[in-house]
Design a binder for this molecule. Structure first.
Ligand SMILES: *[C@@H]1O[C@H](CO)[C@@H](O)[C@H](O)[C@H]1NC(C)=O
Ligand SMILES: *[C@@H]1O[C@H](CO)[C@@H](O)[C@H](O)[C@H]1NC(C)=O
Ligand SMILES: *[C@@H]1O[C@H](CO)[C@@H](O)[C@H](O)[C@H]1NC(C)=O
Ligand SMILES: *[C@@H]1O[C@H](CO)[C@@H](O)[C@H](O)[C@H]1NC(C)=O
Ligand SMILES: *[C@@H]1O[C@H](CO)[C@@H](O)[C@H](O)[C@H]1NC(C)=O
Ligand SMILES: *[C@@H]1O[C@H](CO)[C@@H](O)[C@H](O)[C@H]1NC(C)=O
Ligand SMILES: *[C@@H]1O[C@H](CO)[C@@H](O)[C@H](O)[C@H]1NC(C)=O
Ligand SMILES: *[C@@H]1O[C@H](CO)[C@@H](O)[C@H](O)[C@H]1NC(C)=O
Ligand SMILES: *[C@@H]1O[C@H](CO)[C@@H](O)[C@H](O)[C@H]1NC(C)=O
Ligand SMILES: *[C@@H]1O[C@H](CO)[C@@H](O)[C@H](O)[C@H]1NC(C)=O
Ligand SMILES: *[C@@H]1O[C@H](CO)[C@@H](O)[C@H](O)[C@H]1NC(C)=O
Ligand SMILES: *[C@@H]1O[C@H](CO)[C@@H](O)[C@H](O)[C@H]1NC(C)=O
Length: 735
């Protein structure tokens, strides 16, 4: 169906980008994913994303309505306006950008910073009302679009509507900082016969069909973008020139700034710890290194935001107007940013990234680690990056000690007690209410311990004159890593007979609300056991393990590659890699593979109706496809297959043709599906719908109503940092 095709057109000017000449070349990009039309515009003054939503004939009008979003990385700021047709039914109003964006850049007396943003022409196909404006922070907009339509009077009541240019209207709002103003204007195009009526009492404006100049701007300090050439290392500069990759490098540049990389556009235009570290790990072959590089922007951003008290890595920062708003909720008058620490996984990515970076650039150790923190999080003033690196490593060493002593479920890493999420599946039903996630325990902890061992053996990373015995870590961290590597999988391993799996599949296709196609049970063996791994332990509804088949096995294949030390550990590794390969080779619902590529969760053989109800094709972390999981699985399988060619000891499974060939087949099945879905790969997440007449059809997640018990659906970011990692993750044609 045409509606689901992704079209892409882009205009590139980056080759002409020049700072020395003092010019201010614009880079713009147009990405259309109906019903969303995305426009990116950057020049030396500011960076803007515009998203226009215009319902399609087949759109679900209870979810999709006419909307304009303007989003800015600076302050994670934005403006959102919702429209309705003045007369006529819902869905009859369409909006389009009728002229390319151009920049707004103007000085206003009394404003310390210039007003920056974009201008363009919007075309409305029928008379319309601007019903709800939100001006300020992207987080405030998300509270409305993703929360239960929350609007805060303290924010909404500050919006003024005034007449502009005779016939137009301007909505403006002073931020809670009393300094910054967000401003949005709509002015009839000359001679178009259109006009605007302002209704002060309910803060709406109505206007006729036709073309209007719109302008969106704010006066807030801007970030400094890294140009494509600055984001990529020397060997990868040609990626900016090739047609196939130049749109990806443009997007990567839009998300890359001297101070931090941003997680995604438009919903996550700010620092996220997990997203930036995973992206840096996967992008390593192409990412710039050294002073002022993208790699150091990521590492520096993470270190800057560490909680000095306990060594936790920050998940998300709260900046701009939303920071002032949250402070006010605590009765504090302050614009200071906030830093949140709800996650347990993010701590572990940092040492892995630092060990990887310092092994390729030992010359940067002292320059980077001697840097003074505190420019972002003032709490960290008086600490160096070296101090913060050590504090994080200490946290990990402390947290992993108990399990090294005694391998019990109680000693595994649990979610923080006051949180219902803690790793990348951070939605209500993401890991089915489990307290002990698979990825953290079987992959991230051992990888972080290996990394800490390596950092401890690298001179200049950890100081040796502290109360902590970092010298001991040179061997302790690795011996502890072995214990975690070899004794965690068994807590998650689940075996059911093939017959049981087949009857569960039958039950699934008969009862699931979102799939009633073939079971694909013939891909299961005629007899014997099916081995899978629970996504988490101690789930909702007293489930001791949440037996959802999942793609978090990708973390284990990507992050863990040490040799097993015992025959039992070897056998366990063989079962694991074979199970992972089978999950990719088998088609949904018997496995994870759909025509839209690998789903990240599949409840079909869980035998649990609750899990089947929660892990749907509309759930953010349900039977949906995430690009970064494809990249991580592809790279992880490549690493595992690479071990088979190692000159040292190779894993037992490499010498077992049935398993080795299975893994190789899985690698190729996965890559075939990645190539078949190349149009989706740069987006955050996508889904599918199924009917017996159409089969599987690629579907925007935002087009699907949320599963039961979830407040609102989730729309995918059109560009996500970790979905740009296919710039570095490439198919190995020799495999
Ligand atoms: C705004 O003011 C700055 C600083 O005085 C100046 O450099 C810049 O050229 C001005 N820009 C415009 C558009 O007037
Ligand atoms: C309003 O008029 C001014 C002066 O003519 C012009 O610079 C500006 O672009 C107009 N604004 C809009 C939104 O049309
Ligand atoms: C909106 O109006 C109020 C009351 O006149 C004024 O104090 C405030 O500064 C205005 N805000 C903007 C952004 O102009
Ligand atoms: C903004 O001004 C109001 C009214 O004067 C005041 O109560 C508030 O504390 C100010 N906010 C900040 C962040 O300075
Ligand atoms: C403005 O719109 C109203 C209806 O909303 C219409 O009656 C009026 O004629 C229009 N004025 C102009 C100048 O187009
Ligand atoms: C806002 O007020 C105007 C004028 O009173 C009215 O015609 C319109 O229906 C109102 N709009 C909404 C969304 O309440
Ligand atoms: C890009 O440059 C790298 C390093 O010089 C080279 O290996 C690669 O083949 C080039 N790719 C293309 C398509 O030119
Ligand atoms: C690259 O894209 C440009 C503009 O779309 C086109 O003119 C050119 O032929 C393309 N080059 C290749 C090698 O595909
Ligand atoms: C930092 O960690 C300490 C100790 O766990 C905690 O009390 C504090 O609330 C954390 N800081 C923030 C900003 O969450
Ligand atoms: C803030 O002040 C209000 C009014 O005094 C009080 O009701 C509320 O509990 C306070 N909130 C916090 C987080 O201290
Ligand atoms: C940092 O040191 C200065 C001077 O030594 C002191 O005034 C300040 O309180 C310290 N800040 C923190 C966050 O420890
Ligand atoms: C930071 O590191 C320096 C150098 O190792 C050390 O002297 C200082 O005590 C450390 N500060 C803290 C708070 O750990």
């Amino acid at each position: 169906m045409l509606a689901y095709l992704i079209t892409l057109s882009a205009l590139f000017f980056q080759t002409a980008w020049s700072q020395s000449s003092g010019s201010c070349q614009a880079v713009s990009q147009h990405i259309s994913v109906p019903p969303y039309d995305n426009y990116f515009y950057s020049n030396c003054h500011s960076d803007t994303q515009v998203v226009i939503t215009s319902p399609l004939p087949d759109s679900n009008l209870s979810i999709i309505g006419p909307r304009l979003i303007v989003a800015w990385p600076a302050g994670n700021s934005g403006i959102c306006t919702f429209f309705q047709p003045q007369n006529g039914r819902n869905g009859s109003l369409g909006i389009a950008l009728a002229r390319p964006l151009s920049p707004v850049y103007k000085n206003v007396t009394g404003s310390q910073y210039p007003y920056v943003g974009v201008e363009g022409v919007l075309s409305f196909n029928s008379s319309a009302v601007l019903t709800i404006p939100i001006l300020g922070s992207v987080r405030t907009i998300r509270d409305f679009t993703e929360g239960p339509s929350l609007l805060q009077p303290i924010i909404q009541d500050a919006i003024n509507i005034t007449t502009t240019n005779g016939t137009g209207a301007t909505l403006s709002r002073h931020w809670l900082d009393n300094i910054t103003v967000s401003s949005f204007s709509l002015v009839p195009q000359q001679n178009s016969g259109t006009n605007i009526t302002i209704h002060q009492q309910n803060k709406t404006i109505s206007f006729g069909a036709g073309d209007y100049t719109f302008s969106a701007s704010f006066n807030y300090p801007q970030l400094t973008q890294l140009e494509p050439a600055q984001v990529l290392n020397t060997a990868s500069q040609n990626l900016t020139q090739q047609n196939a990759t130049s749109s990806e490098t443009t997007s990567l540049s839009f998300l890359s700034y001297t101070e931090k990389l941003l997680a995604g556009a438009w919903r996550f235009l700010t620092y996220f710890g997990r997203d930036s570290t995973i992206s840096a790990l996967l992008l390593e072959p192409v990412l710039s290194q050294g002073n002022g590089s993208a790699t150091e922007a990521v590492i520096g951003a993470v270190l800057e935001r560490i909680n000095r008290t306990d060594g936790s890595v920050c998940h998300e920062e709260t900046i701009g107007d939303y920071a002032t708003y949250l402070n006010l909720q605590d009765n504090i008058t302050s614009t200071a940013p906030g830093f949140t620490y709800p996650m347990i996984d993010t701590d572990y990515y940092l040492p892995v990234l630092m060990a990887q970076y310092f092994s390729s650039r030992p010359g940067r150790i002292s320059a980077l680690l001697s840097r003074q923190a505190g420019s972002i999080d003032v709490q960290n003033r008086n600490l160096t990056y070296a101090n913060l690196t050590l504090i994080n490593a200490e946290k990990i060493m402390n947290q992993t000690a108990a399990f090294a002593q005694k391998q019990t479920a109680a000693n595994l890493i649990h979610l923080k007690s006051d949180q219902i999420v803690g790793q990348w599946r951070d939605s209500t039903y993401g890991i089915g209410g489990g307290r002990i996630p698979f990825d953290v325990n079987t992959a991230l902890v051992p990888a972080a311990l290996r990394a800490i061992g390596q950092l401890a053996r690298t001179s200049g990373v950890f100081p040796n004159n502290t109360s902590v015995n970092v010298t001991a870590w040179r061997t302790l961290a690795d011996s502890r890593a072995t214990i975690w590597e070899e004794n965690t999988l068994r807590f998650f391993e689940t075996n059911v007979t093939s017959a049981t799996a087949k009857s569960r599949l039958q039950h699934f296709v008969e009862t699931a609300t979102f799939y009633d196609g073939p079971t694909n049970a013939s891909s299961l063996p005629a007899s014997g056991n099916i081995t899978t791994y629970a996504i988490s332990l101690q789930g909702y509804d007293n489930l001791s393990s949440v037996d959802v088949m999942h793609s978090d096995t990708s973390f284990r294949v990507f992050f863990v590659n040490a040799s097993a030390s015992t025959p039992e550990a070897q056998a366990q590794e063989t079962r694991f890699i074979n199970s992972t390969a089978n999950s990719l080779i088998r088609s949904f619902p018997a496995g994870l593979m759909t025509p839209q590529s690998m789903v990240v969760a599949n409840p079909a053989i869980s035998g649990s109706d609750v899990l089947i109800a929660n892990f749907t094709n509309a759930a953010y972390h349900g039977t949906v496809i995430w690009s970064f999981q494809l990249a991580m699985m592809a790279k992880g399988l490549e690493r595992q297959l690479g071990r088979c060619n190692s000159t040292g000891s190779v894993p037992t499974w490499c010498t077992m043709p049935s398993v080795y060939n299975n893994v190789k087949k899985a690698y190729n099945v996965l890559w075939d599906s990645i190539e078949a879905n190349s149009a989706q790969l740069q987006g955050e997440v996508w889904s599918w719908t199924y009917s017996n007449s159409t089969g599987f059809v690629t579907t925007q997640l935002g087009d699907l109503p949320p599963p039961p018990g979830v407040g609102a659906g989730t729309e995918s970011d059109v560009r996500q940092l970790w979905s740009l990692t296919f710039l570095a993750v490439k198919r190995d044609m020799n495999l």
